[in-house]
Design a protein around this ligand. Structure first.
Ligand SMILES: NC(=O)c1ccc[n+]([C@@H]2O[C@H](COP(=O)([O-])OP(=O)(O)OC[C@H]3O[C@@H](n4cnc5c(N)ncnc54)[C@H](O)[C@@H]3O)[C@@H](O)[C@H]2O)c1
Length: 385
C-alpha cells in the first residue's frame, strides 16, 4: 500500500490542499513521496478536485495519478456492499469504510466473515447475514443508502457447470431482488459486478463492450442477464445502474483453499507449499489479470460518475497461464513446477480487456503491474491473515 492510500485509509487527508493545477508542486510531492519523506506533512493534505473535474486532472497529471487516485475514492456516502464478506466485497469494505458509512449483506455461502471481522467488531461496518434473494430483507438495509455495490454471486464457471440452478438463483434472482429493493428504497445508484466471461470464446482481442456477448457457461449467462436487468431498471424505472465487467481479479483476501479457487491464489499456495501448480490444458491460454485495488477504485469511480450501462475493468495486458506460473514462482522465490490437467468445460481460451471506455467514462486506469500485485498478494498469503 502506498503512502497516500495509507493516509486516506486513516482518514487523515485534511486541512491544506495540493492544487492539482500546479504541476511543479505535484512533481516535488511525488519525488519526496518516493523517497519516503513528507509523511508528516502529507498527512495534512487533501487532494482537492481540479477545476474541470477528475478526467481533466487525470489527463494532465498521469504520472502522479497512481498516488493521487485513492484520494478521489468516495467520501461521506452510505454504501451497501452485497457479497461484502467475499474477496472483492471485503476489499471494498476495508477501503471504503474509512470515509463512508458501510453496510455488508452476505449469506456467507462462499465468503467468510473473517475477511471483515475487524471492521464488524470495531463497529466500522454493519453486517447482515442474509441472502440477496430476499428482497424484503434488503429493503430495510438499503433504506437511505446512496450506493449499492452488488458483488454477491456464486463466482465460479466450473461450479456453475456442475450446479447451474444454484448459480442462477444467486446470480439472476439475487440481482433482480437487489434492483427491486434499490428502486423501492430510492438508492441513487447500483454498481453491478459483471464478468468478462460474458464475451465467451470470441477470437477478437482485445474484448470491447461493443462486441456481441456469447456466454459459454451458466455463470456467464447469469452475468449477462444481470446486465440486462440493470439496463432495464435504468430505462424503465429510472434507477441508475452501471455494470462492470471484471477481468480475472486477484489480490489479498482471495481464498486459495476452496475447491473452486482462482488461478493466482492457487498457484501461490502451491508454490509456497512446494507443490506443482496445476494447469488446465496446455497453459497457452491467456488472461488479463486485474489487481483488486483497481477494482475497488473502479467501483468508487463508476458509482460517483454519471456512467451507466457496461464497462470493462481489466489491466489491458494479458499473460499466458504458463507465464503466470513463472511469475508466481519468481514472486515466491522458488523454481517453477507445474502439472498439466485436462482442459475444463466452459473455460475461454484468451481474454484481454479494452479499457478505453472506462478510461474515458470515469477515469479508470490500472495502477499496479502484475509483478507488483503478485508481490503484495504473496506477502499477504505468507502472513497467514
Ligand atoms: N474474482 C474474479 O476474478 C471475478 C471476475 C469477474 C467477476 N467477478 C464477480 O465479482 C463478484 C465478487 O466475486 P469474488 O471473487 O469476490 O467472489 P467471493 O465468492 O469471494 O464473493 C462472493 C460473495 O457473495 C456471497 N454470496 C453468494 N451468494 C449470495 C447470496 N445469495 N446472498 C448473499 N450473499 C451471497 C458469498 O458468500 C461471498 O461472500 C461476483 O459477483 C463475481 O461473479 C469476480
Amino acid at each position: 500500500m502506498d503512502c497516500l492510500e495509507r493516509i486516506a485509509l486513516r482518514g487523515e487527508t485534511e486541512h491544506a490542499s495540493i492544487g492539482l493545477t500546479d504541476l511543479r508542486k505535484v512533481k516535488r510531492f511525488e519525488e519526496r513521496l518516493e523517497k519516503g519523506l513528507e509523511m508528516q506533512r502529507l498527512a495534512r493534505y487533501t487532494i482537492g478536485r481540479a477545476p474541470g473535474g477528475l478526467p481533466r486532472a487525470q489527463k494532465r497529471f498521469n504520472p502522479t495519478w497512481r498516488y493521487l487516485q485513492s484520494a478521489f475514492l468516495m467520501k461521506g456516502r452510505r454504501v451497501v456492499i452485497t457479497g461484502g464478506a467475499g474477496f472483492i466485497g471485503s476489499n471494498l469494505a476495508w477501503e471504503l469504510c474509512a470515509e463512508n458509512e458501510v453496510a455488508v449483506v452476505d449469506d456467507l455461502s462462499t465468503g467468510n466473515l473473517h475477511n471483515i471481522k475487524g471492521l464488524v467488531d470495531g463497529g466500522k461496518v454493519a453486517f447482515s447475514r442474509q441472502s440477496v434473494t430476499d428482497a424484503d430483507g434488503l429493503k430495510a438495509i438499503f433504506k437511505g443508502a446512496d450506493f449499492v455495490l452488488h458483488q454477491a454471486a456464486i463466482p465460479s464457471v466450473a461450479r456453475s457447470v456442475r450446479d447451474p440452478v444454484a448459480t442462477n438463483e444467486a446470480g439472476i434472482r439475487g440481482t433482480l431482488s437487489v434492483l427491486s429493493a434499490a428502486r423501492e428504497t430510492g438508492v441513487k445508484k447500483v454498481v453491478f459486478a459483471s464478468s468478462s466471461s460474458v464475451y465467451g470464446d470470441t477470437p477478437t482481442l482485445p474484448k470491447h463492450e461493443g462486441m456481441i456477448p456469447r456466454p459459454m457457461s451458466p455463470y456467464a449467462v447469469t452475468k449477462l442477464a444481470g446486465e440486462h436487468y440493470c439496463r432495464l431498471f435504468t430505462e424503465i424505472y429510472g434507477l441508475k445502474t452501471v455494470s462492470l465487467r471484471y477481468f480475472n481479479v486477484y489480490g489479498p483476501r482471495q481464498d486459495p483453499s476452496s475447491e473452486y479457487a482462482a488461478v493466482i491464489p492457487r498457484f501461490i499456495s502451491c508454490a509456497l507449499n512446494g507443490e506443482p501448480m496445476p494447469i488446465y490444458g496446455d497453459g497457452m491460454q491467456t488472461r488479463d489479470f486485474t489487481f483488486v485495488r483497481d477494482v475497488v477504485r473502479a467501483n468508487a469511480l463508476a458509482a460517483e460518475s454519471g456512467a451507466i450501462v457496461v464497462y470493462n475493468i481489466g489491466s489491458g495486458r494479458r499473460v499466458s497461464v504458463m507465464e503466470l506460473a513463472q511469475k508466481v514462482a519468481e514472486a515466491v522465490g522458488v523454481e517453477p513446477k507445474v502439472v498439466h490437467l485436462p482442459p475444463r468445460a466452459g473455460d475461454v481460451r484468451d481474454s484481454l480487456a479494452d479499457i478505453t471506455r472506462a478510461r474515458d467514462g470515469f477515469s479508470y486506469s490500472p495502477t499496479h503491474s502484475l509483478e507488483e500485485g503478485l508481490r503484495i498478494t504473496v506477502e499477504w498469503l505468507k502472513s497467514g491473515r
